[in-house]
Design a protein around this ligand. Structure first.
Ligand code: MTE
Ligand code: MO
Length: 584
């Protein structure tokens, strides 16, 4: 291959396919269903859906027992002593800001939860360990990983069960957009709405504490616990004392709202963010303690908490004085009239329409979703890219198994290179550089060698620790000397992406200068295997996995990537609507 003159366009770009600007259902990852959610206890798997009838029976039983207990003097004394009310505060009514805040929250939460479930469906397994070794998950809604698929690495003939194969379809009314492996779009929805939810939450906190409304939520005596228990018992006895939320929350309400507002919501944000490479890598110790899989599992428990809270909260709103309660929250009046109920049902009808339209809309306008997401949260992603990833792990942390992703290169050109032990391999580095060059593998191996033990964070949710060794990208920069016009390094590969066309990805120059950005030719002390990107793959530790291009064939420095492919900055960016900056 001739060396190209500095600044010239690359013929490799012709190998890149343009992607559609809408989701073409016939060409999208075909639907593949998993199984009902299961949890593992020891070696056995249990269908979690059994918890629904079991929970219902348990509730009836608990209610029956509570009703019988009522005749016991001790229970009567307990209830007399702790009637169930929270201690009084100086608040009254539900001001307009609170009502608006509440309805925004309702709409945002609905789609945050749906897109969150969609994200989970891209790697439908949860672990408490960092490694994600198949079989060690405690929760899944996917079959076991096919036997044999995880073995025989390094050969070209075995069946490869990639993380993408593992993604499952969930119903379109449940997830958004409800397509298999639509995590790119689901993440934009999730994060964009998160951003609005955080703003709504900050406004709420500020107004809560600058008015007297905080007194509704903050318990000021430990008596809130026995009172909440008493209240729960009285609900189970089907004989709750009359309460008047206009002036008073009962202790159970106060406790539940307190936990939701001051514990569950901030924790959801914290454990969501801890899943991001740039953030976990920044807070070394914390990132190790709360590793990505622990964070994912806890984030999921918080989802379950919210679902449980919503079910109980909404049920009680309806059965403890529907008209009055709905007047409170819809109109801010304490009247007993149907007005609030009518407004609440109009709001719920609107929610239902949005619920039904969300998936079809996203499928029809994926670039709009991508662009809006980039506008709302792209800048945060850009900011955290400047953080140096620094967290390193030790040999004993190395995962026994690292999920693979991508389709192995199949071209005749690559096969010839591989058969020849990559003797003929040449990494071409060109574009906006002073000294375009080609490097053989031997030349690359003679350069300074850097080793690092780091976590790989795939966008789909899995992670794993591996030791990588290779040439620091900084060294390559010194050799080829990018011009001041160079703003991105585009990595071209030997394989095709799922929709055909060459896999490629663009990085900001800042990423190339990071200490932990290397071109790796070794993994875990051995020559890099074919599956993991032989002969050369990129490691760029503050980005998600898809930006670590495997089977690298060339690197082009450019000032702008909008002319390459569909102009989004990479294969997944073009075809799956990811963002080109993905440190979160
Ligand atoms: N050339 C190429 N590089 C690629 C991919 C691909 O499909 N083609 N997949 C990416 C994705 S999505 C991930 S998570 C990682 C997976 O790396 P691994 O297979 O070594 O675990 O490679 C990334 N690099
Ligand atoms: Mo990935």
């Amino acid at each position: 291959m001739p060396t190209l003159a500095a600044g010239s366009r690359d013929p490799l770009e012709a190998l890149i396919a343009r992607a559609h600007d809408e989701v073409v259902l016939e060409e999208w990852a075909p639907a593949r269903y998993g199984i009902a959610p299961h949890i593992r206890i020891g070696k056995r798997w249990f269908n979690v859906l059994w918890l629904l009838p079991i929970g219902f029976v348990a509730l009836i039983l608990a209610s029956g027992v509570a009703i019988e207990l009522r005749s016991l003097p001790a229970v009567q004394e307990f209830i007399a002593r702790y009637p169930g009310q929270a201690l009084g505060g100086a608040y009254e009514g539900f001001p307009l800001w609170l009502r608006l805040n509440h309805v925004f929250n309702l709409f945002l939460m609905a789609f945050i939860m749906r897109s969150g479930i969609q994200i989970l469906a891209d790697h439908p397994r949860l672990y408490f360990n960092r490694d994600c070794t198949p079989g060690t998950e405690w929760f899944r809604f996917q079959h076991a990983v096919p036997k044999g698929a995880t073995l025989g690495e390094g050969t070209r003939s075995f069946v490869l069960w990639t993380a993408k194969d593992d993604a499952v379809t969930i119903p379109r009314w449940l997830g958004v957009p409800g397509l298999r492996h639509s995590i790119g779009l689901a993440r934009w929805i999730h994060f964009s709405l998160d951003m609005l939810w955080v703003i709504n939450g900050i406004v709420y906190y500020v107004l809560l504490f600058t008015t007297n409304q905080w007194q509704r939520l903050v318990p000021r005596s430990w008596d809130v616990f026995p009172n909440a228990l008493s209240m729960a018992l009285q609900y189970l006895m089907l004989a709750p004392p009359p309460t008047d939320a206009w002036f008073h929350y009962n202790a159970l309400q106060q406790l539940a709202y307190f936990i939701t507002v001051f514990i569950a919501a901030p924790a959801a944000i914290f454990f969501g963010l801890m899943q991001a490479p740039a953030i976990a890598n920044k807070f070394g110790f914390l990132g190790k303690l709360v590793n990505r899989q622990v964070a994912r599992s806890i984030h999921f428990f918080i989802l379950l908490y919210f679902v449980g809270f919503i079910v109980v909260h909404v049920s009680l709103v309806f059965i403890t004085g529907m008209r009055k309660n709905l007047n409170h929250i819809a109109l801010g009046t304490d009247a007993v009239s149907w007005d609030g109920t009518i407004i609440a049902f109009i709001a719920l009808a609107l929610l239902a329409v949005l619920w039904v339209r969300a998936s079809p809309f996203t499928i029809k306008h994926p670039r709009l979703v991508q662009r809006t997401g980039r506008f709302l949260i792209g800048w945060i992603k850009g900011l955290v890219e400047y953080w140096d990833p620094k967290t390193q792990y030790s040999e004993k942390d190395i995962s026994p198994y690292l999920w693979p992703n991508g389709l192995l290169p199949t071209s005749a050109e690559f096969k010839e290179l591989a058969d020849g032990g990559y003797q003929a391999y040449k990494l071409r580095v060109y574009g906006l550089v002073d000294k375009p060059q080609e490097f053989s593998l031997a030349q690359l191996k003679a350069m300074p060698k850097q080793e690092q033990i780091t976590v790989h964070y795939c966008i789909q949710g899995w992670s794993g620790v591996a030791k990588w060794a290779g040439v620091p990208m900084r060294h390559i920069l010194e050799l080829v000397k990018p011009t001041t016009a160079a703003r991105y390094a585009v990595f071209y590969s030997f394989d095709e992406g799922g929709d055909g066309g060459m896999y490629y990805d663009a990085h900001k120059m800042e990423n190339m200068k990071h200490k932990l950005t290397i071109l790796a030719y070794e993994m875990n002390g051995q020559v890099l295997s074919l599956v993991h990107g032989a002969p050369l793959r990129l490691r760029c530790e503050n980005e998600l996995g898809f930006k670590h291009v495997k089977w690298v064939r060339a690197i082009e420095f450019v000032d702008d990537f909008s002319r390459i492919g569909s102009g989004q900055g990479g294969y997944n960016e073009d075809h799956e609507f990811y963002g080109y900056r993905m440190p979160i």
